[in-house]
Ligand binder design. Structure first.
Ligand code: EPS
Length: 386
């Protein structure tokens, strides 16, 4: 789904660490480990996280592709070490071990466990769950922050907030004049990334109740981007449409089960005259009387804020497990229990921001090109329309 950028992540949840490579970044982008750390820390926050986040303090070590604080136009390589590795050296050893290692044989409904062991013929679900763990999203945020920095440097901001946890909804719109960075700053100050203080308390209570019951809860969050020029993406082919790329990238994140762009599902029950955003002109440029399209028309950015909502299902690892069957004995038993989060919706909103950063940075490079940031800026000055 990306045309100018490529990225790969590798690493198991309890292995030595996570590796990531981002290729295609122009030269001359200022980037630091500290900048990446800010966003890694945001991903670790949120009421309802489990024990693992108390162990880790994720830090992205830049191994290559950056010199004296600026990208070289070469692939950027990042390493995030797992602090928890020291507790798993035998269980996750790269080399064979003499000790008897207890296998996981009770697949969790909703996780990759059963399909994974059937697909690969493994006798131990750990061979699947280590990679299907949401730990992998750490690296997406690390690499995605490099894309975010490129966007910020050309005036594009990406932010988010949580609007629903389980059945507790914050239906207030984002206050007028609040930029995505300001939105994130306010949201980051809330343990559930919710702007409404009363709703915040109710959301936290819902998470606590679920935890007490050995259960988990999902939710919905909103992601917005501003400062975009006209014409990222294209109407000309299915895989060039901006919303195709955004949706594919978003739906690749663990537990993300739905996406709405702009008015989304709500538009289905309205008339066309209520949904489409009327066009005006102020003497200098076009403007819109509304933004129900969520910033994308005909597969292209239309210089309005991009507005997305994503639904995340409840995490499938449950302290009070669901019914399952042992993959070897075929006996009916409760599903496997691992340390888990009772709610990871606030963290998921940061991951979604990062996925949007990949798509927008890629689309920007596709449209304006350039081997260096100076060239990209010059091309944008020459042809970008807002
Ligand atoms: C996660 C790390 C994992 C889980 C969580 C997300 O660490 P551990 O398995 O050691 O507790 O906390 O992943 C899941 C709940 C899941 O089902 O994948 C992280 O770094 O975000």
């Amino acid at each position: 789904m990306l045309t100018r950028l490529k990225f790969l992540t590798a690493g198991e949840s309890h292995g030595q660490g996570l590796l990531g490579i981002l290729d295609g970044m122009p030269a001359g982008l200022e980037i630091s480990e500290e900048y990446i750390s800010v966003h890694l820390a945001r991903r670790q926050m949120g009421h309802g996280r489990g024990g693992r986040m108390k162990i880790e303090k994720d830090f992205g070590e830049i191994w290559c592709g950056v010199r004296h604080g600026k990208t070289l136009g070469a692939p950027v390589g990042i390493l995030v070490r797992n602090k928890d590795w020291e507790n798993w050296t035998k269980k996750m050893s790269v080399s064979p071990v003499d000790d008897e290692i207890r296998t996981v044989t009770l697949p969790r409904p909703g996780h990759a466990d059963l399909a994974g062991v059937q697909k690969y013929g493994f006798d131990d679900i750990r061979n699947v769950l280590e990679r299907s763990s949401a730990r992998e999203t750490t690296m997406r945020v690390a690499l995605g922050s490099i894309c975010r920095k490129l966007l910020e440097d050309v005036g594009i901001e990406v932010g988010s907030r949580v609007i629903e946890i389980h059945d507790v909804k914050d239906e207030n719109p984002i206050p007028d004049g609040v930029s995505p960075n300001q939105l994130s700053e306010i949201a980051d100050a809330s343990p559930v990334r919710c702007l409404d203080k009363d709703r915040e308390v109710a959301m936290m209570q819902t998470i606590d109740d679920a935890k007490k019951a050995g259960d988990s809860v999902g939710g919905i969050f909103e992601v917005i981007a501003t400062g975009l020029p006209y014409g990222l993406g294209a109407h000309t082919q299915w895989d060039r449409k901006l919303h195709t790329r955004i949706s594919a990238m978003m739906m690749s994140v663990n537990a993300f089960k739905g996406i709405e762009i702009g008015g989304g599902f709500g538009g289905a029950e309205k008339f066309g005259s209520e949904v489409h955003d009327e066009i005006g002109h102020d003497g200098e440029k076009f403007f819109r009387y509304s933004n129900n399209a969520g910033g994308i028309e005909g597969g292209m950015s239309n210089a309005q804020p991009i507005v997305l909502r994503m639904a995340m299902k409840p995490i499938p690892t449950l302290i009070k497990p669901l019914r399952s069957v042992d993959i070897h004995s075929k006996e009916a038993k409760d599903a496997h229990k691992e340390r888990t989060d009772s709610c990871a919706v606030p963290a998921a909103s940061i991951i979604a921001e990062s996925m949007l950063c990949f798509v927008l940075a890629d689309a920007l490079l596709e449209k304006f090109g350039g081997d260096s940031m100076d060239q990209l800026r010059a091309h944008m000055r020459a042809t970008a329309k807002y």
